[in-house]
Design a protein around this ligand. Sequence first.
Ligand code: IPM
Ligand code: MG
Length: 348
Amino acid sequence: MVLPGDGIGPEVCSQALKLLPVIGQKEKVEFILEEGLIGASAIDRTGNPLPDETLEKCKDSDAILLGAVGDPKYDMDPTAKVRPEQGLLKIRKSLGLFANIRPVKTFPVLDPISPLKDHLLKGVDFIVFRELTGGIYFGEKGRNEDGTRAWDHCNYSAGEIQRIARMAFKSAGQRRKKLTLVDKANVLETSRLWRETVQKMAPEYPEVNLDFMFVDNAAMQIILQPSFFDVVLTENMFGDIITDEASVITGSIGMLPSASVGEGTSLFEPIHGSAPQIAGKNIANPFATILSLAMMMDHFGLGGSAESIRTTITRALESGMVTGDIEKKNPKCTSEVGDWVRDQMKGL
Ligand code: IPM
Ligand code: MG
C-alpha cells in the first residue's frame, strides 16, 4: 500500500517505487500496488485525515510505504479540529504499530556537510526504538470550561513497555550488545515504570549491557559522542525529539529511514516531514524514502535487495548523484536521482 501524503511525500515515494519492478524481476516476486489518501490531501478531498477506505486497504496489505504528512495551513491554526497528523497517529494506533525503529548511521562521504566535527562522526551507528502508540501522544487531553487550562496525560502500562523493550533487547543482542534506556526517571512516574520494567527484563538478556540516561543528558550526548550509542530505547515523545536531533548528524535530514512495526501491517516512512516549502519542485532528497524501502525489503525477507539498495545509495553519494540539500553547486533533481538509482540497481 502506498500513502504518498502531503508536500514532498508524493515525489519521494515515486522514486522509491521506481525500484520495485527491478527488485521484482530479480527476486521473482510481484508487487501489487494500491494507493491511498492520508493527511492534508485526504482532508481536502474527503474531510477525513485517514479515510476508512485507506485504513481497510492498509489492513489488507503486506506493507505500507508512506511519504509524509502535514501542511502549514494547519500549523498556523491551533484551533483546527481536524489535522493532517491525526491521520498518521490513527494509522499507527489502528494497526498497533507500537515500535518505531529509526537507524542512524553516518555516510563518511557526507561528513563534510555534517554540523558535527569529523572526529565525532567515526563509528556512528545506532538504532532508536521509539514507543509509538502510547504516552503523552495518546493520553487523555482536554481543556477546562473557559479554555484557559489544558492537559495531556502521559501514561504507560508495563505491558506496553515490555513488548517494545523485548525488540530492543533482541536487536542489541545482535549488534554491539549495548542498550540505553532514555527516560526522565528523576521526575516522571512513567519513566520510573520504564526503568523498573526494563531492569526486571535484563536478566533474560545477560549478553546485553543495559544502561540508563536521562533524556536531557541524552540530548547532549547524541551531539557530544554519538558513537557511544548502540541501541536506544525510549518512550514516544522523547523518541520523537531525539530522532529529529539525531537525523542532523548524517548531514541531511533527508537521509533517515524508519520502520513502524507491531501487531498489524508494518509501515515504512522517511523520518523527515512534508517540507511544504520545497514541495512540487522536484528538488527533495528521495534517499530517506528509498532507504525506508530497503527496510521494507528486509522485512519481506529480501535482504539481498535491501543491501543492493543501500550499496546503490552509497554509490550515488560518492558519485555526486544527489539533491541540493547535499550538494549545492551541482545538484541533481529528485527524479534524476531516482532514475539513476533504478538504473544502477539493474546492474547489481
Ligand atoms: C514523526 C512526526 C510525527 C510524530 C508527527 C507528524 C505527528 O514528527 O513521525 O516523528 O510526532 O510522531
Ligand atoms: Mg518527529
